[in-house]
Write a protein that binds this ligand. Structure first.
Ligand code: KG4
Ligand code: ZN
Length: 384
């Protein structure tokens, strides 16, 4: 894609507003995201009352550069981020209408992700922070996804979060900024990774999730039985590798376009069903400890219509309000990084200017250390 996609400022904002910042004040934060294959920058304003307004959000996707290789090539990604970050950030500031002087903070993804790319956005953010004398926040990309519904919706803490992306699949109890407990996670592949790899086996190209969803629309999933991993098993962990292997084998046996569509529909509904079954367990557990029941789904896979439909139905059945961000904020973007940074700045949680890029960075470090997930080397997705 040559042209960076962008969204215009939302109604009701005051682009000429004076700069703000400081304890209890409003924040206007430049967010930067370069952890995988999107070069993104955004400006978000967080008011004193906690209301967020996206002033601009620019995303340059590298899809065209990676698709000949069937997946993200780290070296190509890093070089492309270097080439694009300046232009994308300039556009985000220009479209926000506040000028550089209107910014009161900078937030950049510092991990987890492809470290060469993470370093590009983080270094750029440090340069802006130093040049403009602004506080810097080194943001965990997953914390960005966790707050993404708060960009446009009334999603007060605490809530139960299902984070489903290309590199992650986890259920979290989110009590506040940086205050989260992992209730479950995938023991092998992430849901998005399963979508992508099965799409590849069906020759749907990269990225596979949206292509598989389009193909599934013309298929009948009930014709094919796929393995149901961890069914009835205690806990809230996920597993998608058995499904992936079975689906790849069936893909090789497909004779007609209809066979392929039926397989795509069966895969999509199997993934949605597992997400629902495991979330249901987390809902029961969460409801024992909380009065206000809010279920938030975030990450690229939350863009899938069938996943949303099944999870909405499950949440409603268990008395939870269901929320998922608009599609543009499900997949990687910098508005969510700007908001995660603004929420930290509002609590006085700026980072040191020598913050490092981290290829791995669990959201709930305590649980991750106590119950490591045994992943074989090299099996994690590009965004893990
Ligand atoms: O959140 P994201 O943009 O990047 C990270 O992993 O952090 O998620 C990308 C993932 C990819 O695996 C992609 O195939 C999947 O989200 N995805 C979808 C859909 N849109 C994106 N999967 C299924 N259906 C979709 N419509
Ligand atoms: Zn992501």
């Amino acid at each position: 894609m040559d042209q960076a996609a962008s969204s215009r400022p939302r109604d009701g904002v005051n682009p000429g507003a004076a700069p703000s910042g400081g304890p209890g004040a409003a924040w206007t934060v430049l967010g930067l995201e370069t952890s995988c294959d999107e070069t993104a920058a955004a400006v978000v304003r967080l008011d004193e009352d906690g209301r967020a307004t996206v002033l601009s959000s620019v995303v340059h996707s590298q899809t065209d550069e990676h698709s000949p290789f069937g997946g993200v090539v780290p070296e190509i990604a890093a070089r492309s981020h270097v080439e694009k970050i300046g232009e994308v950030a300039r556009r985000a500031v220009a479209e926000a209408g506040v000028g550089m002087g209107g910014l009161t903070g900078v937030a950049a993804t510092a991990g987890p992700g492809l470290v060469g790319g993470v370093m590009v956005g983080l270094s750029f953010g440090k340069a802006v922070a130093l040049a403009r004398n602004l506080p810097l926040v080194a943001v965990n990309h997953l914390e960005g996804h966790a707050v993404s519904a708060r960009l446009t919706e009334d999603a007060p803490y605490p809530f139960l979060l299902l984070l489903v992306s290309g590199g992650h699949c986890q259920l979290m109890e989110v009590r506040g900024v940086g205050d989260m407990t992992r209730l479950g996670a995938t023991i092998d592949d992430a849901a998005g990774e399963a979508f992508d790899k099965i799409a590849k086996a069906l020759d749907l190209g990269y990225p596979g999730g949206p292509a598989l969803e389009r193909l599934a629309a013309t298929g009948d999933g009930s014709k094919i039985a796929l393995p149901r991993a961890l069914l009835g098993r205690d806990g809230c962990d996920f597993s998608f590798s058995g499904l992936k292997t079975a689906a790849a084998r069936l893909a090789a046996e497909c004779r007609t376009d209809q066979d392929r569509a039926d397989l795509a529909a069966a895969v999509q509904s199997a993934i949605a069903r597992q997400l629902s079954e495991r979330s249901e367990r987390a809902m029961r557990d969460y409801a024992e400890r909380h009065q206000h029941l809010l279920f938030v789904v975030a990450g690229g896979v939350a863009a899938n219509g069938e996943v949303r439909r099944v999870l909405t139905e499950t949440a409603t059945r268990h008395g939870f309000r269901f929320l998922a961000p608009p599609l543009a904020y499900c997949t990687d973007n910098a508005a969510m990084i700007a908001l995660a940074g603004a929420e930290r700045l509002a609590l006085g949680l700026a980072s040191d200017i020598d913050a490092v890029a981290r290829p791995r960075w669990p959201l709930d470090e305590a649980t991750a250390a106590a119950q490591p997930l045994h992943l074989k080397a090299g099996r994690k997705g590009p965004k893990a």
